[in-house]
Design a protein around this ligand. Sequence first.
Ligand SMILES: Nc1nc2c(c(=O)[nH]1)N[C@H]1C(S)=C(S)[C@@H](COP(=O)(O)O)O[C@H]1N2
Ligand SMILES: [Mo]
Length: 506
Amino acid sequence: MNISNTLSNTATSFSKPDGREGFSLGLRAAALGLLVLFVGRLYANVLTPIESVANWVIPRIPMAWFETGLDVLGGYAKPLLYGGFAGALLLVGALGGSAYLTASRRRPASRRAIGALTLLPAAALIVAWLLVADGGVFGLSALAWLVYALGVVGPVLVREGFSTTEVQSRSRRRFLERGLTTGATLLAVGGLGAVLIKLVERMSVTSVDVRTAGMPAPFTPVDEFYQVSKNLVNPQVDAASWRLTLSGMVERPYALTLPQLRALPPVNQDETLTCISNPVGGGLIGNAHWKGVSLSSLLERAGVQAGAVDVKLTCADGYTESFPIAKAMEPEVVLAYEMNGAPLTDSHGAPARLLVPNIYGMKNTKWLEKIEIVGTDYQGYWQRQGWSDTAIIQLISQVRVPGKADKIQAGSAVKVGGIAFAGSRGVAKVEWSADAGTTWREARLGEEVALNSWRFWEADWTPERSGPAVLTARVTDGKGAVQIAEESPTLPNGSTGFHLVPVNVT
Ligand SMILES: Nc1nc2c(c(=O)[nH]1)N[C@H]1C(S)=C(S)[C@@H](COP(=O)(O)O)O[C@H]1N2
Ligand SMILES: [Mo]
């Protein structure tokens, strides 16, 4: 045994236990790897593994599970899933680093073999990911994942290299190394925080039970407008390179740039949008002023051929939808590029999204890129999962006031009011009830904002007795159809039933 070996053994015995050292090395390396994944997601549009997996899994699980998950987690499901994924990868990195360092120190001869073994699960994950990842991002996704895997094992390998070098320069190396790892750690933590915030900003995280109390503004401010999308992280479409193509069963296929779209004769339209997933009384509803171009004018320019059945829509996030060609020819179907007087925001579908009156939000496609005329009844993303294809908006009424905090006293008048919506059928009448629908009285209707918009209603109520009461409302549309009491869930046709609001009269 020579002197250098003795010194080396002494140095090792003074260093942190291998497991803990490996843990912290692996953790930092994983943070760096994760940073690479997130930066790639933000700036090169490379899906992270969690999104590839979610894209594959979600359409394959029963919708009831999906809905239950949303019910339990509310609007936080997406950030939680994403954060959980980041946490899991950090943990895998840390545990991997720890296991690797411990094992390789114990049997230095098999260091390389163990290194290779550590890479095996990563390789298996890459293969699994490749199998589920969608289309064109295959290569890039795999590359990012590989960087992550190497990021975990690589620094541990390098660290191992350090520990076997000559003893003389050891303390200087340690000093340098410590500086480098501290710097890298700070960079990784800061960078990770910053990109995570940016990614979370690109998630649609509206909870179904927000902002249903109190009368809403007639036009919903953009930042309060509900957001729904199938994506964990929404696309950010580059307006300069964006093209809308019109193709399929048309005489003259063509493409439009955003300036070309904006140069066409504009249509201004007030319209209420609501999600088919909105429960009775839920907040996934909003009204806005939209500006864009009528879809029929775009289709007429292309010349729709005989035998056309559906308009098929494809978006930047891979979302697909469709509706019948007859619907597409209605002048009020609008390809919008402005919302409440400002360019569409990313979360609401910039640079252009469809507005389809009388039909649930689902078919109001955001980030639209491709319009195809097809000769079949095309089934889009949600239809393949069992949601309605016609997706006609159900009759909707909500009681928004009085709220939970308002005092209601026997013998004194209180304002009762809310919203009513009937798609493009129009609101003809709203009735309200203080006994859960046993007896009805007619409410006063607010001004009609627009045929395709919601309508406010109100009434004065002077309760006679104290005790519990249940407020509710029902709407009659312009064709004489009356909202039904029968309760049905959101899947597949949108929720029905009365919005029952229990109150206590004192
Ligand atoms: N490209 C794309 N468009 C989409 C969706 C989507 O996931 N991807 N979600 C739809 C659903 S389910 C609804 S309710 C509306 C919501 O529009 P908003 O977020 O502007 O309120 O967008 C629709 N358009
Ligand atoms: Mo929706």
